[in-house]
Design a protein around this ligand. Structure first.
Ligand code: ADP
Ligand code: MG
Length: 285
């Protein structure tokens, strides 16, 4: 007997992103080896790893720019190895690269923000609303008429993020996409992404080597030499004694906690922020 509601509920239970046994090599360089990862809709996953650990290769595999040589990647139930599904995958899962120059296509800022929406065939009225919204979200309001070539690296990165946000994807991958933005600006962009995730259940894959940014995630995934070497709660991963072996720099709170332990102070495990450290050492009331 057909029970369509069962089919419906099972598709809702399918993770938004599913990676199974993914391998990818560039010639003899094994960039990714046997990656398994499932990301539920609305989750915020930070992917961390040193230079060359495979983060960008993973990002490209997730939205079908690179196809698995072994294994499988599906997004919203669509497999990246189905060429007909690729437009659907890229509409649902936007990717922002580290280098904004490769992503800027129009000679005027507002046209650049609209470019992705035009490709989706969105009506003019929708674009007219979303362009100012997206520019404001990334802090580029007032720059509509500028030429992107006159923007700083950080402003270009903000512009690249605006273009993807304007498409209202169900998920977004930010591959070191705020690396040229100053720390305060980076926090602001991260806050906007967090807000959209809460308001719209947008799935977020935040690729970074700034460990303190990973603190905000639901879950942290560590890549090292193309393998997923750890996965867990931010406090657990960030306080791991293996960070330096994975070419990662512990966040300031972890370094300070360790220095105090070395001096003989009793600091509880899993303290990862300076605020957490103060609370642990000077409990109020
Ligand atoms: P990450 O983003 O973590 O720095 P990448 O995914 O860019 O790492 O790279 C993973 C590995 O694959 C590295 O050893 C890198 O040198 C290699 N690699 C990446 N892109 C290419 C390419 N286009 N051609 C050859 N090797 C590449
Ligand atoms: Mg990279």
């Amino acid at each position: 007997m057909a029970r369509p509601w069962l089919a419906l509920s099972s598709s809702n239970l399918t993770p938004f992103i599913q990676v199974e046994g993914l391998h990818y090599s560039f010639g003899h360089v094994q960039a990714l080896s046997g990656i398994d990862l499932a990301v539920e809709r609305g989750r915020f996953v930070a992917v961390v790893g040193g230079n060359g650990s495979g983060k960008s290769t993973l990002a490209r595999c997730l939205n079908g720019l690179l196809l698995p040589q072994k294994g499988r990647v599906t997004v919203a139930g669509f497999s990246t190895d189905d060429p007909r599904a690729l437009p659907e995958i890229r509409r649902r899962l936007g990717l922002v690269f580290q280098n904004p120059d490769n992503q800027i296509v129009a000679p005027v800022v507002e046209d650049d923000v609209a470019f992705g929406m035009e490709n989706l065939g969105l009506p003019y009225e929708v674009m007219r609303e979303r362009v100012p919204w997206a520019l404001e979200a990334v802090g580029l309001q007032g720059m509509e008429d500028r030429s992107p070539s006159t923007l700083s690296g950080g402003q270009k990165q903000r512009l690249a993020i605006a273009g993807i946000l304007a498409m209202e994807p169900e998920g977004i991958i930010l591959d070191e996409a705020t690396s040229m933005i100053d720390p305060q600006g980076r926090r602001e962009v991260l806050e906007v992404i967090q807000r959209l995730r809460h308001e719209r259940a947008m799935t977020v894959i935040w690729i970074t080597h700034h460990m303190e940014e990973a603190l905000l995630a639901d879950e942290v995934v560590v890549l090292h030499q193309g393998r997923m070497v750890a996965r867990g709660h931010p406090a657990e991963i960030l306080s791991s004694p293996h960070l330096s072996r994975w070419n990662l720099v512990p966040p300031p709170g972890v370094l300070l906690a360790q220095a105090l332990r070395d001096e003989g102070l009793s600091v509880p495990p899993r303290v990862v922020t300076v605020e957490g450290l103060v609370d642990a050492l000077c409990p109020s009331g």
